[in-house]
Design a protein around this ligand. Structure first.
Ligand SMILES: C[S@@+](CC[C@H](N)C(=O)[O-])C[C@H]1O[C@@H](n2cnc3c(N)ncnc32)[C@H](O)[C@@H]1O
Length: 194
């Protein structure tokens, strides 16, 4: 896959590569929340020509970037749109899978980066602001027995994320974990069981 990264768009790193490696195998109707340059959505779309993949991002530059990367890879089975989490997703829309590599760095007011790139990192004071909003809203956009695939980090409470998912009635599996110099990253699969 060819990827060009626009200004103010998250440059894929280990977290992106870990999630893309597992998420590319998912089948069905997929939503890549916080798509950035589109790496995860496009990996899936290229791997599964029968899938239809949607990717959204609160940063409109990311959406333009993902559209550009779709074009240079000849991807026809994906579309991208601007959305603050599910705000632009029709209320009755249901996906087989929603994948998300959320911003998770604990960030105080004075630590914000200027411009649109801030949204890629800024997890609020406890690193969970976007993730917790996402967890509250995600289930109604999943088909019965649909699932989530999340990139999770030790930095903002991986164990807490697992507990919340289990309390919500998801069957949770940690697919892989890798230590990087200041954190541990995990790919988490959670299937709706209600
Ligand atoms: C860590 S980056 C991941 C980007 C890409 N998925 C990847 O793995 O390389 C997080 C992404 O989530 C987006 N994002 C942050 N808050 C969001 C929100 N409320 N709604 C949608 N996207 C959001 C950011 O703009 C950024 O592109």
């Amino acid at each position: 896959m060819k990827l060009e990264i626009f200004k103010e768009v998250y440059e894929p790193a280990e977290d992106s590569f870990m999630l893309a490696e597992y998420a590319k195998k998912l089948k069905g109707k997929i939503l890549d929340m916080g798509t950035g340059c589109g790496i995860v959505a496009l990996a899936n779309a290229l791997h599964n020509k029968d899938n239809f993949v949607e990717g959204c991002d609160v940063n409109e530059k990311a959406v333009k970037n993902a559209e550009h990367n779709a074009k240079i890879n000849g991807v026809k089975n994906a579309k991208f749109f601007v959305s603050d989490l599910f705000s632009a997703v029709p209320k009755n829309k249901k996906y087989d899978w929603i994948v998300f590599n959320p911003p998770y760095l604990p960030t105080g007011k004075n630590e914000r980066i200027k411009g649109k790139l801030n949204a890629a990192f800024d997890g609020g004071r406890n690193g969970r602001r976007v993730l917790d909003r996402f967890l509250k809203e995600c289930r109604k956009y999943l088909k019965k027995s649909g699932g989530l695939m999340l990139l999770s980090s030790s930095i903002n409470g991986h164990e807490k994320t697992i507990r919340i998912l289990e309390r919500m009635g998801f069957e949770v599996e940690v697919l892989c974990e890798e230590r990087f110099f200041f954190e541990k990253l995990y790919v988490v699969k959670a299937i709706r069981r209600d």
